[in-house]
Design a protein around this ligand. Structure first.
Ligand SMILES: *Cc1c(COP(=O)(O)O)cnc(C)c1O
Length: 407
């Protein structure tokens, strides 16, 4: 995959490797475009526009847009490094970067649908994705049906109608519900739908939706890709046909572009993403096992536990349980708040996928926008907490949780 990404611009006149490199090598090298200064690290091109040596060169650039950068709403050399690097890691033909995860979600659907089209989506999803599918797109005549994530019969029934797009969030935020991506992609393709997977919770390291039959992968790069709490960003990855023919004609004119500075932060973040995600994953596994045994906890939802109701599907499509744990507290919202307030290391925050461990009360924060009925359908009660496990030493995280649970 990576040869094209490496051959993008002259790299000090050295040929690109003529073998298929590992994705961690791509994570450090793919997309790298060096200027004449031969800088080691990726350059930050903080510029909105570009110049031409002649009127004819401008004419030619606008005719064949691939050779010359035109305007940073369309593309920018630093943003392009991020896109090429992420595409190489994901094994996708193309990647397009966005200013946030939500602008990527919105564009992924808006570039496909028109009035009268139908979308089928998993019912358990991040609340802003829910608002786009159930409130914003319906205003423009797009209909939808929501399906319980792991109910294949319900997916088959919903997809017996012509459908333009299927939107899957697996694992879901916050309660880690799982959809069988391969089985639903097959059903969706028979219905004529494009399958978009929100792969935020798993990250490119733990789940590869394109290999499972999905057409498009979406990231909030704010989460594990930056993973250090600094920038907002999003990305869509897919085929030439989807990205170049459907998505770009929409985004060029609507402008949800990623800033070059944020792209530069992300290019550097990708170099360490695999190490960070693997450590967060092993920390979360140990924390989930600790919590599952604790009497103050009613139930723990974590894809890496054998107790997860969909563990058979998880084994087929994920390489690890991820960094996020759903916790149902034995007690009321007041008890859950007292527990959160007693933590000494883990921060109270509404983000996830960060190097700092973060705890969230979804029903009063991230998922507050949803009605109590919709929250209840997603299993989000006032005693549910979401714990995003970071990179602190796992012994300290367990000590922190243990002392807070005792109080
Ligand atoms: C955070 C998140 C998003 C939105 O991403 P932003 O970068 O915050 O816009 C979408 N889906 C899931 C599952 C998320 O966790």
């Amino acid at each position: 995959m990576s040869k094209d990404a490496w051959g993008y611009q002259p790299r000090n006149n050295r040929p690109a490797p003529d073998w298929e490199v590992n994705s961690q090598t791509d994570a450090v090298r793919a997309g790298l475009t060096r200027t004449g200064f031969g800088e080691t690290s990726e350059a930050l091109f903080l510029n909105s526009g570009y110049t031409y040596s002649s009127a004819q060169e401008a004419f030619d650039a606008f005719t064949d847009e691939t050779d010359h950068f035109l305007y940073s709403r369309f593309h920018n050399p630093t943003v392009a490094m991020f896109e090429k690097r992420l595409a190489a890691i994901e094994g996708a033909e193309f990647c397009h970067a966005f200013g946030s995860g939500m602008s990527a979600v919105f564009a992924s659907l808006a570039c496909l649908v028109e009035s009268g089209d139908h979308i089928v989506a998993s019912a358990a999803m991040f609340s802003s994705c829910h608002v786009i599918i159930t409130e914003i797109l319906p205003k423009w005549g797009v209909t939808y049906e929501l399906v319980k994530a792991n109910d294949l019969d319900a997916w088959a029934k919903a997809l017996s109608k012509p459908t333009k797009a299927v939107f899957i969030e697996s694992p879901s935020n916050p309660l880690l519900e799982i959809t069988d991506i391969r089985a639903v992609s097959e059903l969706a393709h028979k219905a004529g739908a494009t399958v978009i997977v929100d792969n935020v919770m798993a990250s490119p390291i733990l789940q590869r939706p394109l290999e499972l039959g999905a057409d498009v992968v979406m990231y909030s790069a704010t989460k594990h890709i930056d993973g250090q709490g600094r920038v907002l960003a999003g990305a869509l990855l897919g085929s030439f046909d989807y990205i170049q023919e459907k998505l770009l004609p929409f985004t060029r004119h609507t402008g949800p572009s990623l800033s070059a500075f944020n792209a530069w932060v992300l290019v550097k973040s990708l170099e360490t993403m695999e190490m960070r995600v693997e450590r967060m994953n092993s920390n979360a596994q140990a924390v989930a096992e600790f919590l599952e045994k604790h009497p103050a906890i009613k139930s723990v939802r974590y894809p890496g536990l054998a107790s997860h109701p969909d563990s058979a599907v998880i084994k087929k499509q994920m390489k690890g349980g991820g960094s996020t744990i759903g916790i149902e507290f034995a007690g009321t919202q007041k008890d859950a708040f007292r527990f959160m307030d007693s933590l000494r290391i883990i921060d109270i925050s509404n983000n996830l996928g960060d190097s700092k461990s973060l705890i969230t009360h979804p029903s009063s924060t991230t998922h507050r926008r949803l009605s109590p009925e919709v929250q209840a359908e997603m299993g989000i009660t006032p005693s549910v907490l979401r714990l995003s496990v970071g990179l602190e030493h796992v012994d300290d995280l367990i000590k922190d949780l243990d002392q807070a649970l005792k109080s």
